[in-house]
Design a protein around this ligand. Structure first.
Ligand code: PBG
Length: 329
């Protein structure tokens, strides 16, 4: 049989002009799909640059509010807050205080921009002296002892005005513990964005510098997913949904496109991807050397993450893309 070379078959026909390409684009990235991470630190003074995340800063609560309001005005869909404490301790107690930098930032953002969608990261790693995401017992992270601590953090954030809390510690049953605590405290309307499929990834390196959250000893492979496992990642999503998660996340993004696509096909819930610090830092570093066109490479990455099935994307590019436009790469 001869190959089909019918002159009528011309796939290039729909690629000829910008208008045609726009008309047949199967997916789009719009600013409202993007979530801007913001690092909040205690104290005063100017925003502190983070060397491995050019263009990202550690901000005071007041400055975080200005930045968040600006991002919302630029069309960004939401902000995701990460906090640094005044003082670390073995149990990360400051994370649940009503006067933590994050709680103050939530209040400041809501005062300035009541319509802003505010999401908070719920974890202990930036608050513990040892840098692990939970409470240690005999040198190991004690899952069940960590659950009430995470629940207290979530309730503190809800009380300060968070719309969604995003547990990222990868403790079993953290979603259930947080859902129950929120309901018991009168916050049935506060939703849970679960960091469900969170892999033990080398691409979180720059974040750990930003949040000063690297483990002092050991690593996170005892609780985060093994990069080799896709079925297990889907199971984590299934379990979190059964525990009451409202939205689920896959992280890191570009190294997990297969997980995103499979999760999209299997679960009819909002799916979030996190383009993590190392993904951003790679693009920045290559662009700084003139090796990549940063804007195009960033847009292409985000387009691929959308195409794979993400509804929302957490990205350090959120505000920049919202300002500069999201046209096709
Ligand atoms: C907290 C947390 C991490 C990230 C988000 N929440 C770091 C980690 O698990 O070590 C990583 C985000 C990024 O790299 O941009 N547990």
């Amino acid at each position: 049989m001869s190959p089909d070379r019918s002159p009528a078959l011309r796939l290039r026909r729909l690629r000829r002009t910008v208008a045609l390409r726009e008309a047949v684009a199967e997916s789009r990235v719009t600013p409202g799909d993007l979530i801007e991470p913001i690092f909040v630190r205690p104290g005063g003074g100017p925003a502190e640059p983070i060397p491995s995340l050019p263009g990202v800063f550690r901000r005071t609560p007041a400055d975080a509010a200005v930045h968040a309001a600006g991002a919302v005005e630029d069309g960004v869909g939401a902000v995701l807050l990460f906090g640094l404490p005044r003082r670390k301790d073995p149990r990360g107690r400051e994370a649940a205080r009503p006067d933590s930098a994050v709680a103050s930032a939530i209040r400041a953002i809501k005062a300035r921009q009541p319509g802003a969608l505010v999401i908070t990261d719920v974890c202990l790693c930036a608050y513990t002296t040892h840098g692990h995401c939970g409470i240690l017992r005999k040198g190991e992270v004690d899952n069940d002892a960590t659950l009430p601590a995470l629940a207290r953090v979530a309730v503190a954030h809800a009380r300060a005005g968070a719309d969604l809390v995003a547990p990222s510690a990868m403790m079993d049953h953290q979603v259930a513990a947080i859902r129950e605590a929120l309901d018991a405290a009168g916050f049935a309307d506060v939703g849970v964005l679960a960091y469900s499929a969170k892999f033990a990834s080398a691409f979180y390196g720059p974040f750990r510098e930003a949040a000063d959250s690297a483990p002092a000893e050991g690593d996170r492979r005892g609780y985060q997913l093994d990069v080799r496992n896709a079925r297990e990642a889907l199971r984590e999503i299934e379990v979190d949904l059964a525990e009451g998660a409202d939205l689920v996340m896959v992280k890191p993004a570009l190294p997990s496109l297969d997980i995103l696509a499979r999760a999209r096909a299997r679960f009819d819930v909002p799916l979030v991807a996190y383009q993590v610090s190392g993904e951003y830092a790679m693009l920045k570093a290559a662009a700084a050397r003139g090796w990549l066109d940063e804007g195009r490479a960033a847009r292409e990455s985000l387009a691929a993450i959308r195409r794979a099935g993400a509804d929302l994307i957490i990205t350090y590019y959120a505000r920049a893309i919202a300002r500069e436009g999201t046209e096709a790469p």
